[in-house]
Design a protein around this ligand. Sequence first.
Ligand code: NAD
Length: 468
Amino acid sequence: MQVAVIGCGYVGLVAAACLAELGHEVICIDSDSQKIEALNHGESLIHEEYLPELLQRHRGKRLVFSSDLAEAVRQSAVVIIAVGTPSDATGDADLSYVETATQEIANALNGYKVIVEKSTVPVRTNTWIHRAMVLNGCSPSDFDVVSNPEFLREGTAVTDFLYPDRIIVGSRSNRAAKIMRELYTGLVDGSYSKTTTAIPSPDPAVPAALYLDTSPETSELIKHASNAFLAMKISFINAVSVIAEGANADIEDVRVGIGSDKRIGMDFLQAGIGYGGSCFPKDVSAFQAIAKACGTDFQLLSAVRHINEEQLDRFVDKVRKTLWNIKGKNLAVLGLAFKSGTDDIRESPAINVIRRLLQHDCQITAFDPAALERTRDLLGDLITYADDPYSAMANADALLILTDWKEFASLDLARVRSSLRYPIVLDGRNLYEPTPMAEAGLNYYSIGRPPVEVALNSLVRTKTAKIS
Ligand code: NAD
């Protein structure tokens, strides 16, 4: 099938590479000519497992990159909109990129196409796209607009796309519904996973994706409701973690106790410094805005957002209480990306913690396995960048762990202890058990668990031993 994907961002680029992997002929379009040039020169642009392999496999063959949206539309049977939908100043979704893409599609239309709304959009956007197509001179018989939200997660985007839990398609036309099924055949019948060169499934026991045919409104609502629910789970456990700290309970055991109930589940029940990224913050806001337009206040979502914000302030407060005076302290930060597996720092809790610490004149030295470059573009020389975790913590007053990279969960704790000026670790992602920290002579403060505080005299002994 000939497919055009509009937007070479985290979603568009992964979707385009994966659709080429499924056997389609894909043209991936972006209005940012520098991105297109970089992609055509063999760069991957984003840090995502398996993406370099797929690009190498298909680039210049079944997958081409171009800035010529009109030509891509003319050549394609399916046109996928994967442009950004950020928040506007009021928290509503800014759909101006979707509108521009729609106008450009309308201007290029040369016969029947399925226009796929893959960007995350508020319910009823489908109707607006349809309307914009007609207002821009297209006959309704020459197109259908289908909602097909994307559920991939950054960090596991390729396998999420190729082995999804579900594929949701909202359409009003049998013709479009049939074309959409064809687009995803290899995933729905499980045939893709049997090809010899298939990217391996993270869970081979799951045979194929659930395919749900529904209305566009339902499909749009499923996406927003899914993200809001996941954000709610994170805020729920974070609120419980505050109670756990106050009551001297252990949130990690609470998590296992709650999450082992099959009705609840463990996923997204990890206490920490909160959710971030380019989706949850804006999607929760946009969902609340559309809920209001549909006649309900959905105050639950206000609480979800409030708890998430508070979690950052609580963490910074914990740093302050631990260090007595925070002003001017040298802090080592491990983690800048909003989560592990990605270089995306949009709405990263780590960056938001750093910004708060900078307001207290802290000196920050940071390391991240993938997000250093993007952070340097954002923060410039406001902070110092280290080449590895241990040089970040050299002579620091404390170590802060802010992203859940697995590399940070297996540090040499003796080396951590000898690198730091003060033996203080504040773990915003609960990557460690308290006992090894105590054994390494480190004071350890995490989320929702009793602190580990090494006796002062043992610290003096350690220091004396070091001096002698
Ligand atoms: P992004 O900002 O990384 O990429 C969007 C791309 O679209 C940019 O490269 C931009 O230059 C391009 N673009 C904008 N207008 C264009 C136009 N008229 N023509 C051609 N290109 C245009 O965004 P993203 O993270 O890929 O997200 C895209 C959408 O997918 C959003 O609605 C987002 O909410 C949704 N989504 C994102 C994720 C995720 O994990 N990032 C997951 C699921 C859904």
